[in-house]
Structures are given as C-alpha cells and as structure tokens.
Design a protein around this ligand. Structure first.
Ligand SMILES: [Cu+2]
Length: 375
C-alpha cells in the first residue's frame, strides 16, 4: 500500500468510524435515531445518583454522538452501574486483630461491544472493562487471588506499596493460562490507585482491557487532624454516604490494531453518559475517582462544564493539591480525586469531557443531570 493510501485509510478509520463506519457496520447501528430505541430497561442502583433514562434530544442529529445502543446485557456490564459499583471483596479478621480483605479476580478473554455495532476482542478482569473497582481501607491486609482463565500469560500489577515478589511482573506473579497466584500486601498508601496487567508487550496487554481502579480509603484514626475529611472518604460511614461518588476510568480502543485508538470513553462504552446522563442531586457534594489508562496517546484530560473543582493528585492527601480548577490532565496511569458541588447552580445537564476535541467526538463525552431531588 502506498504511503498516501495508508494515510487515507488511517484517516477514514479514525475520523470516519462513528459515521461512515457505523453505516457500513449494519442496519442496527444506524437505525437508532428514534428516541425509543435508546431506552434501556432500568437497573436498580444503591446510589441516589444512579442512571437516568436517556434524554431524547441528546440522541438527535447534531449532538455528535454515536447512534444506536450497545447491548449491555451481552457485555455483562453497564457503564451506568459501573460508576457506583465498588468491589469490596470479603472481609475476615486475622489472629492479630487486623482486617483481612480478600478479592477474587479472574482473567477472561471476552468480545465486548464498545460502541453500537463495534466489537472489540478484549482481555478482561472478571469479564468487564475496566476491571472491578477494588476498594479497601488503609492498614488492612489485602489478599488478591488471581486466576488466569485467559489465553495468554497475565498478571496484576498494583500501584501501591508491596514486596518485589508480588509486583506482578515476570517471575513475580506473571502467570500462564490455567494458573493461580495470590498477591498479598498491606493497603497503603491511601489514595486513588490502579492495577493493570504487566505482561509483555505491555501496551497491548493494557490496551486490551486489563486495568481497573484500586482505591484505598484513609483510616480516620490515623489522621486525627483531618479525621472528618478522612471519614467522608471512608466507604460505609454516614459522612461518606452524603457524597455522590463515581468511579471513572478513561480508556480507549484500537479496533484495527494500527497503534491508534478509534474509540475513546469513560468506562468503555462510547458516549454512554451522553445517552444516559449521570444523575446528581443538586445540593449533595460529588467526588470522582478518576484514572487514565489510554494507550497510544500521551495525554488525556478531564474538563467540567460551568463549574470548578478541587483536585487531589493520586488521592494521597486529605487537602487538595489543586484548588478551583476546571481542567486537569493525566498521562497514562495518572489518577486523582475530583470534588465539586452544583448546589449553587440551576438544575440541568452539565457536560464533562476531555479537552482533546478528537477524543470527545470519538466517544469520550458525558453529562451530569443535576436534579433537585430524587423521588
Ligand atoms: Cu495481560
């Protein structure tokens, strides 16, 4: 293929994917302009800030989003549930009185639908991309039981503090298909971290879907000077229940294996939160655990519309590392906590997206639906 035609093909595949590409992908992908076709059956959620039915006007022409719907049931995961779906594992007490928290994670090959009609041959943790959003408390002892039921060697490499022998690299927890390994370490430091596969080639294993959030809540007893703040971050406390917390992993997919992404998203499904905005109760505070795992592009970002937020870089402090900003950037594996409120705003739809316009058009844009109260 000549250089020019290769260039042209790349342009078509990236720019044209959501429009011309979808038209070619099948009738179902282009037939979803009627509002009714966007309606999913509702899912129960434990959070007051759960998913809303789609806003018909968002799916109309001119809104620059994908047309049609992804089959969440076939995928086995739903972005509207993923934002509040924390995996807390199972808990027991060690002889010395400390908490032992055990997580079970299985690597599985799985074809997933990332945009209407666009399938991607993913490698997953527990059948979902991103993998489960693991959540523990500072000081606990963690046991990660990892089984590889996939077709390739995989591992779990945690961003945290631990011994070399459980680092999830070759010789330290990189395991062959059919094998099992237990990563064991203490939960520290508190913060918004992540885990991912560390098999080679690294960029391929990460980009195939092997990543997830790993959040360690601060233990208020260890932070007496800011115990109230720590308690507000500790899942299960009344102070934490006041907050509307969301798990967001910014990811991308190279659907034609040319080392460039064709689809971008938060939590995998292109434009999922444009079609079903994330509901926020106006006068309750919002906290987002945000990580960037996009491969091939050096940088990603998060911009909040009509508002500003405080940012906690890597979540490892109880006071903000950036105050009153409306945009932050993240390289791969960078992450942090955003805190904000819409209590002084009118109700309505408020957008969030990266400020790389290309990413927004290729799937990474969402809406908060700020409401007065939840019935
Ligand atoms: Cu892997």
């Amino acid at each position: 293929m000549s250089e020019v035609s290769a260039w042209f093909r790349k342009k078509i595949s990236r720019r044209g994917l959501l429009w011309g590409g979808l038209a070619a992908a099948g009738g179902s992908a282009i037939a979803g302009t009627a509002a009714g076709q966007s309606v999913h059956s509702g899912h129960a959620t434990t959070s007051a800030a759960g998913a809303e039915p789609p806003q018909a006007h968002l799916a109309a022409h001119g809104s620059m989003i994908t047309v049609g719907d992804v089959d969440n049931e076939r995928n086995g995961f739903d972005p509207s549930r993923m934002v509040t779906d924390w995996e807390t594992g199972s808990v027991s007490t060690l002889p010395d009185g400390r908490i032992l928290r055990t997580f079970e994670i299985e690597a599985v090959d799985k074809e997933i639908e990332i945009a209407p009609g666009i399938m991607f041959p993913a490698w997953t943790y527990n059948g979902r991309v991103p993998g489960p959003a693991l959540r523990a408390t500072e000081g606990e002892h963690l046991r990660m039981v990892f089984r590889n039921s996939g077709s390739h060697p995989h591992s779990m490499h945690f961003h945290g503090i631990h011994a070399a022998r459980v680092d999830g690299v070759p010789g330290a927890g990189l395991i062959d298909p059919g094998e099992e390994f237990v990563y064991e370490f203490d939960a520290r430091p508190f913060g918004c971290h992540l885990y991912h596969c560390h098999a080679l080639p690294l960029k391929r294993h990460i980009h195939k879907g092997m990543y997830g959030l790993f959040v360690i809540d601060p233990d208020p007893a260890r932070h007496p000077e800011l115990a109230d703040v720590a308690r507000s971050r500790l899942l299960g406390t009344p102070e934490n229940a006041e907050w509307q917390e969301f798990a967001m992993v910014m990811n991308g997919f190279d659907t034609n294996f040319d080392n460039g992404n064709e689809v971008y998203a938060v939590n995998t499904v292109a434009h999922a939160y444009m079609k079903r905005p994330i509901r926020i109760v106006r006068n309750r505070p919002v906290r987002i655990y945000l990580a960037n795992v996009v491969e091939f592009d050096p940088i990603n970002s998060f911009h909040l519309h009509a508002n500003f937020f405080d940012y906690f870089e890597q979540g490892t402090t109880l006071t903000p590392t950036l105050r009153t900003v409306d945009l932050i950037t993240q390289v791969q594996a960078q992450r942090g906590i955003l805190e904000f409120t819409y209590k002084d705003h009118e109700t309505g739809l408020y957008m969030f997206h990266p400020h790389q316009s290309e990413f927004t058009e290729l799937g990474w844009t969402g809406m908060f639906d700020v409401v007065e109260a939840v019935a």
